[in-house]
Write a protein that binds this ligand. Structure first.
Ligand SMILES: CC(C)(COP(=O)(O)OP(=O)(O)OC[C@H]1O[C@@H](n2cnc3c(N)ncnc32)[C@H](O)[C@@H]1OP(=O)(O)O)[C@@H](O)C(=O)NCCC(=O)NCCS
Length: 234
């Protein structure tokens, strides 16, 4: 078991928050004891899908499943990605429309679904966008525009030789016109220029459109995890 206090989440949500990665041999009662000892308000519990511990976790009534997390992976070597001219990089301060677009990328997230956290969901995604534009959370932010209106965007970061897509969304009026595909092509082109051959992106199984989008693009699921929220009453 790996139990970690999350300083950033704790400060943002004004709760004492931990993350716990559980494995089959962990004892859930012991975990509960440790979290109570730490005076935890909330723990994000991560377990691999179809693991034996899933049944024990499901038995605890105050543990709620908020995310079936899918990690999609693609090996890029020997592929060629066409870039299109209308994708541009930005680091400009976001306007309200851009922030709304960022929020739209998170509507299936556990922070939008958990009633104890969702009052901060929009602020969280707005901050995620700002911290991507100022390079704290992303290396690059690319957008497409119609005049000055941002029609789609993507954020990405290279870490441990893997390119990670953070946020991606196309404005509802512009979906199905290959903007999302073009953005990923652009990011993959940039990864390859930087000798990065592996691309990953995480989404929720409940986001059927995103799953179809990544699957159709050529990504394959490389990992599945369940994420429970365990709130402790004081
Ligand atoms: C997922 C999303 C970014 C796709 O953007 P998009 O610009 O509409 O996607 P594209 O037009 O490039 O679609 C490329 C392929 O994805 C698949 N796809 C896209 N939308 C789909 C839908 N509604 N249903 C099924 N497949 C879909 C198709 O296979 C499509 O290829 P095709 O047009 O040849 O059939 C967009 O739907 C979106 O912004 N969703 C809300 C935000 C979100 O969920 N972001 C992902 C967070 S992880």
């Amino acid at each position: 078991m790996e139990l970690k206090m999350l300083d950033w989440d704790s400060a943002f949500f004004e709760k004492k928050i931990f993350s716990v990665q559980l494995n089959n041999y962990d004892n859930i009662d012991e975990v509960e004891f440790q979290l109570q000892n730490e005076n935890a308000d909330l723990a994000y519990i991560f377990i691999p899908v179809n693991s034996e511990i899933e049944n024990k976790v499901a038995e605890k009534s105050n543990l709620v499943l908020f995310d079936h997390k899918l990690t999609y992976k693609m090996i890029l070597s020997e592929k060629v990605f066409q870039t299109v001219e209308n994708v541009e990089e930005t680091d400009a301060d976001p306007d309200d429309d851009f922030i709304s677009l960022a929020i739209s990328s998170g509507v299936h997230s556990r922070f939008a679904l958990d009633p104890s956290l969702n009052h901060k969901f929009e602020e969280l995604y707005g901050l995620w966008l700002r911290n991507s534009l100022n390079k704290k959370l992303a290396d690059k932010v690319f957008v497409t525009k119609s005049n000055d209106f941002i029609t789609s965007f993507i954020t990405c970061k290279i870490k441990n030789e893997i390119g990670n897509i953070g946020l991606i969304a196309t404005h509802a009026d512009y979906r199905g016109k290959s903007l999302g595909r073009n953005l990923i092509n652009h990011v993959h082109h940039w990864y390859l220029q930087n000798n990065i051959n592996v691309s990953e992106v995480v989404t929720q199984q409940s986001n059927a459109i995103a799953c179809a989008f990544y699957g159709n693009y050529g990504f394959e699921i490389s990992q599945e995890d369940l994420v429970y929220h365990w709130h402790f009453k004081k």
